[in-house]
Design a protein around this ligand. Sequence first.
Ligand code: NAD
Length: 324
Amino acid sequence: MSETTERRTLVTGGAGFIGSHLVDALLTRGEQVICLDNFDDYYSPERKRRNAAHHAQHDRYVLVEGDIRDRATIDAIFEEYQPQRVAHLAAMAGVRASIERAPLYTEVNVNGTINVFEAARQHEVENLVLASTSSVYGRTEQTPFLEDQSTDGALAPYPATKKACEVMAHAYHNMFGMNITALRFFTVYGPRVRSDMMAYIVMDRILRGETIRLFNGGEMHRDWTFVADITNGVVAALDKPLGFEIMNIGRGQPVRLGDFVEIIEELVGKNAVIDEVPAPASEPPITYANVDKARRLLGYEPQVSIQDGLLETWNWFKDEIAAP
Ligand SMILES: NC(=O)c1ccc[n+]([C@@H]2O[C@H](COP(=O)([O-])OP(=O)(O)OC[C@H]3O[C@@H](n4cnc5c(N)ncnc54)[C@H](O)[C@@H]3O)[C@@H](O)[C@H]2O)c1
């Protein structure tokens, strides 16, 4: 790694969907990036390896294959590479998958995050950005979601662990003066999207002629946010230490699930086979970001429409996933 580039950022979960796009963005800006990822098998580790291979030739990129549950690994990274900033994205993601796996989600998302906070504190990092989630809002009637409304009604272990991280982030800021910004991402999609997410599932099943389980007849809304908008928000937050803040990073334009499926049907050129099922208790009827705070504090401005974002996602899917 060259000594000349000043900014060194540790990206945990940097081989994943959002993390790999963040690594792209940081490398494009001329930064040094240390990626820590354990290539967990929540979905194809092979896909994550492809994401990471994509960066491997870069001389300002280092990959450390390791686990955030292992404090020694994190300490060794800080000692060797001295990152000034941390984007902490490594996590067990996925609401429904967390239902039967609360212990694992707690170990990775809570204990692993504490390891990252501890190392960041001891090495006096300038700024830490934490990936949180719109799921912390649970089933609320108050839309659009504002950062200061209640997030005490988690519907599943996953949002409960993310909420715990936010609360612990506040404690670390309070105790040690650390700069930590928690960003609540709203349903992210784009190229390299996880295979458990709706955009991937709908494209995959339509293409194969397989049935899609559609919750509540498609009468649910999600504030789908294109991954480049999300990474712009993360980069802006990394650039601006703010003490402690929590911010929504979403699109601010919820889309009906049924309409989301229709856009994909048009892109694929085939109709979906739909099985209408009631939404599970873990699923809120709507997510809807108010992004005024991020706009004000970070200059965040989501740019990508659902049509353009899904077109880009489909182009990736067709070339990288569907192609033999
Ligand atoms: N995708 C979304 O819609 C969304 C929405 C809200 C929040 N988030 C959050 O954003 C972050 C990134 O999500 P994503 O969609 O890119 O998921 P992802 O699963 O693609 O990325 C997470 C990465 O973390 C790695 N990881 C998991 N456990 C680890 C461990 N113990 N040690 C080291 N690495 C580990 C995984 O291998 C993976 O590469 C997560 O914190 C997630 O909770 C995502």
